[in-house]
Design a protein around this ligand. Structure first.
Ligand code: FE2
Ligand code: FE2
Length: 301
């Protein structure tokens, strides 16, 4: 009986998301003017959200170099976005393969795959348009993605999606609000935010359902695995080549960013919604909260 109620909730939620997708979906290939010139003086991210903001290295850059650094940082986040979206799409396809495509739930999973296909292409176009040299993540993240394929852990895929999507959502909402930023970056952010809100609305109740059925032993392993995944995804936001492209020593810049209180605060701010949700449903408990704090994703309070 409870299972029937749960299935009904799941179907209703998926139906609502499918209707919203039919109303508000975008084709970035035609919505965005990819040929418009990119002004080198425009920041892609608010200055105080650039990893080096406020450090001596930052002070040593000209305003145009600072703007360039922000564009490279956002392009690196786009590359990280592509990486995660590919992992997520693979997980969703497997989820449908094991499921029943006559359900609205499975139909929405495929709709989400279609969204992510467009997003990854959009991010790649952004990377090309801004002259950032690669859409690839670090070798470490590349390997970790392959391990995720082998593990075939759908629940982890949903939890990872909530973390990455909430984090990106927070960053991109700030970009949409700031009218002084690069128009191309803001267009990318706007399309992404609208469609990702639905993905979050799909993943959250699904994780809750799966979490409720998980054994305590499995939960303990899962909690640790999720911190590792989240930490890796955030590290990819600023690939070392971002610094090298600005003529900085990548190792020195990385260290400066890691110790930068502005950047530390940024990561906590952007992770806040995911942390609140994981804490609410028990994915983060008193024993794992310190790990999230050490990862720089959960604030002290
Ligand atoms: Fe996406
Ligand atoms: Fe998504």
């Amino acid at each position: 009986m409870r299972d029937t109620a749960r299935t009904k909730d799941r179907e209703q939620n998926a139906d609502r998301l499918l209707r919203a997708s039919a109303r508000h979906s975008y084709d970035p290939m035609t919505e965005i003017d990819w040929d418009a010139p990119v002004d080198p003086d425009h920041f892609a991210l608010p200055a105080h959200r650039v990893a080096l903001y406020g450090t001596p290295l930052w002070a040593g850059l000209t305003p145009q170099q600072q703007a360039r650094l922000s564009v490279h940082q956002f392009a690196a986040s786009a590359a990280a976005g592509i990486w995660f979206e590919l992992v997520l799409m693979e997980g969703l396809i497997r989820h449908v393969y094991d499921g029943d495509l006559t359900t609205r739930h499975a139909q929405y999973a495929l709709t989400e795959v279609a969204d992510e296909c467009r997003h990854s292409t959009m991010f790649a176009r952004y990377i090309t348009a801004t002259g950032y040299p690669s859409a690839r993540v670090s070798a470490r993240a590349q390997r970790r993605g392959k391990i995720h394929f082998l593990l075939n852990d759908t629940t982890m895929t949903f939890a990872g999606a909530i973390f990455v999507e909430e984090f990106t959502d927070a960053m991109q909402r700030e970009m949409i609000r700031d009218e002084a930023l690069q128009p191309l970056a803001r267009s990318v952010a706007r399309i992404h935010v609208v469609e990702e809100a639905r993905h979050i609305g799909y993943a959250k109740p699904e994780l809750e359902r799966r979490w409720a059925r998980m054994s305590p032993a499995r939960k303990a392993v899962f909690r640790r695995g999720l911190v590792v995944l989240a930490r890796l995804a955030v590290a990819e936001l600023v690939h070392p080549r971002v610094y090298a492209l600005s003529g900085l020593d990548a190792r020195e810049a990385r260290r400066a960013a890691a110790q930068n209180p502005h950047w530390q605060r940024t990561k906590v701010d952007w992770a806040r919604k995911a942390m609140a949700f994981f804490t609410e449903i028990g994915v983060i408990d008193e024993r794992t909260a310190p790990q999230w704090r050490r990862a720089g994703l959960l604030g002290a309070d």
